[in-house]
Every structure is written in structure tokens, then in C-alpha cells.
Design a protein around this ligand. Sequence first.
Ligand code: LLP
Length: 428
Amino acid sequence: MNAPDTPPPSRTPAVPGASFDGVDLAALADRLGTPLYAYSASAIRQRIDGLQQALHGLDAMICYAVKANGNRAILELMAGAGLGADIVSAGELRRALQAGIPPARIVFSGVGKSEDEIAGALDVGIQRFNVESLDELLAIERLAALRGAVARAAVRINPDVDALTHAKISTGKSENKFGVSIDEARRWFESRAQLQHVRLDGLHVHIGSQILSLEPFRQTLARVAAFWRELRHGGHPIASIDVGGGLGVRYREGETPIAPADYVAAIREALAGFDGRLLLEPGRYLVAEAGVLLTRVLRVKHGEARDFLVLDAAMNDLLRPSLYDAWHDIVPVSAGAGPEVVYDVVGPVCETGDTFARDRRLPACGEGDLLMILGAGAYGASMGSTYNSRPLPAEALLDRGRYALVRRRQNFEQMTAGEQPARQWETA
Ligand code: LLP
């Protein structure tokens, strides 16, 4: 390893360039191959610190949304900083526990928790369930009764607020599948006495992701706060309010994310007088800008109508551009400094949607050049697939001049493990 044994004393600014968190990216790509996700531990710590500072003085717990990036090394970093986890599946629960996040810091969200998943979460004693339907509430009651346990629960409110983000990642409008209306939540509290094995004493809300304007958060918080006050007056004390995630990041020049201090100020203002615990579930904010996807140019193809830069990364490695038309900056790491050319930047997958960028201006590139796709730390690797039988890429964690391989590149055998020829036929 060509990195120093002891990290440099000063904090390396974790802004990607030829080096990222003190690690030479070209050397890293030579060593580990491409496509390769590289995450900066320093950048993640900076985000955690910033948010924790903004929360100073509040009884608050940050439950990192595991779905954004569930790599074990990332989760261990979160655990080390004292964060909890927001999980949405049994798999995420296992990941969080494996990384050392205590069950008392785990909240379980999601519209489709299976009975097995609820049972598993009850058995380890998670902090609370964020409940999304009456059926789910009754299932938790039943499964907790079987265990002689009392589950803690928050009702996920659907505040009918437009998060002003991409429709596919908006969750707080009444037509979305998430949460229940305040009217329905009120009925849950009114009949709360019938629940013997669920302590319903929390409110939860999450209106969407990549939110760049404070206004939707303000509207949401106002509705939640009014409901909390109403419940308090009605004799239903609320022990926790979970404000969800959603804080946006800068993917593109000109985008101005909400400063954590402003976000927390809006929370303080709306929830003034609330003496329970505040929960937050940020995902993207903590990891998106701390990750890059390193990729090499396989080929420059001069088409009839446009020039294509064909990369060795594809939509199976980073789906966001294909799925949401999301913008990610693409920056040469070791490309020649030739004149700029306009490319469509694409992957090798057999779909026109396998496009990272259209009409993107880049220095002229040639075969083998190394590029990085920025803002790839959240919903990158975690949304990866093996489509077109492309094994999952490797992942590395960088930290002040050193790196660790935190996910080995998948090989063919691992990718196809579990498949078998149809030799043994049975009737069901
Ligand atoms: N809490 C709940 C209940 C959630 O559903 C989510 C994200 C979060 C917290 C974290 O949200 P964040 O802070 O990361 O915005 N794949 C999409 C994003 C989907 C977000 C799903 N839920 C993307 O690549 O943009």
C-alpha cells in the first residue's frame, strides 16, 4: 500500500480530486480495478459532526437510513459515532446489528413489514416500529402478545405535503402509499386502550428524499406539531417525534442544499415545548457526497448523431440517472486535458436508458481513461443489481491517506450461486 502508516495530522478536505480523502484515486483504481465505489470516511464524519452540532442541546437520536448505503464498514462508522439505524427489512436489521448498532437505537419503517420481520424485530427488542397501517398495528399487537412483550410504536403520519422533489421519491402526499392521515391516526390514539402489547406513544413522518427547500419541512412539522399538541391535550402524551430523512445534497452546481442548522432551527421552532425525544432518519445527507464511482472509458464511439463515451460502469452499478433522470457530475481523474467534447456518457448495458449523462461537456477522452461519477455514496451501491450478468462492483473506504477494501468485487460464481438446473421436479 502506498499510503502512510499514520494519517496526516490535519484533516484532509474530503473533496474529490485526483486524490480523495488523501488517497490517490488513479493508484486506487489500478489496484482494485473498476467500476469501484470509493467512500470518504472523513467526509461522512464531517456530515455527522455538522448534524450533531446543529442538534446540540436537544434530546435527539440520529437513526441513519441504512438503505442509503448499507455497507458494513459504513454502518460501523455510524455505530462508532453513536448513531442508530432506520431499517426497512430483516436484512437491514441484521446489517445494523452486525455492525454493532444496539437494538435500542433501531427504528423500523416501511409499508410492508412481514410477520417474520416484525417477529424478528420484536425478538431483538428494537426501539420502535414506525407503523404505516392499522393492519400492521394489529399484527404487531398480536405478535407482541405471543411473546408477552410490549412493542413501542409511532404512527407514520401522511401529512399530504408536496416535498417538491422527484415524484418517484415523494412520500408525503395523500395519494402515496406511505403512512396514514391525521384523522386515522387520531382514531388509533382514541382506541389506544385496546392495545395491550403496543405502546403507541410516538409520531413519525417522512415526506420524501432529496428535498432542497425548507418549506415542505416547515409545513410538515407544523402539521405534526399541531397533532402532537392536540394529543397532549387529549391525554395522549407523545414520547418521541421522528421527523424522518429527506435532507437534499448538491448533485449539481447551482443547487443549494438546506444547511443543517436551518433544518434543525425549523424543527426547534415547530416543536417548541416538546419534551420527548426527537428522532431523525437521514440517509443521503450523510453519505451521498462522500462517495464516488470510479470508472474507466471502455470505448469512444462516434455515432451518426452523437459521440458516446462508453464506460465500464453501467445502470446496474448506479441506477439513479436511469431511474430518476438524476444528474451526477462526471469528472476526469486521469483523462488527457484535451479540448472539450460533448458526449453522451453511457454504460455497456443493452438499454438506451443505460445513460449517465446526455450532452455532457468533458475533456476529450480516450480508451482507458479514468473518470469518477460524483455524489455516488447514497443509493448507489445499495441499488446495484447484476443485470446483464454484470457482477457487483467493489467498494473501498478511504480515510486520511489510507484505504480499505470493504466489499470485494463479486465474481461469476458468487453472482450465480443459488441458481441450479431444473433437474428435480416436484408437485406443490
Ligand atoms: N426514512 C424513511 C422512512 C425513508 O423511506 C427514507 C428514504 C429515509 C428515511 C432516508 O431518506 P434520505 O435522508 O436518504 O432522503 N433511491 C432514491 C431515494 C429513495 C429514498 C427512500 N426512502 C434516490 O436514489 O434518490
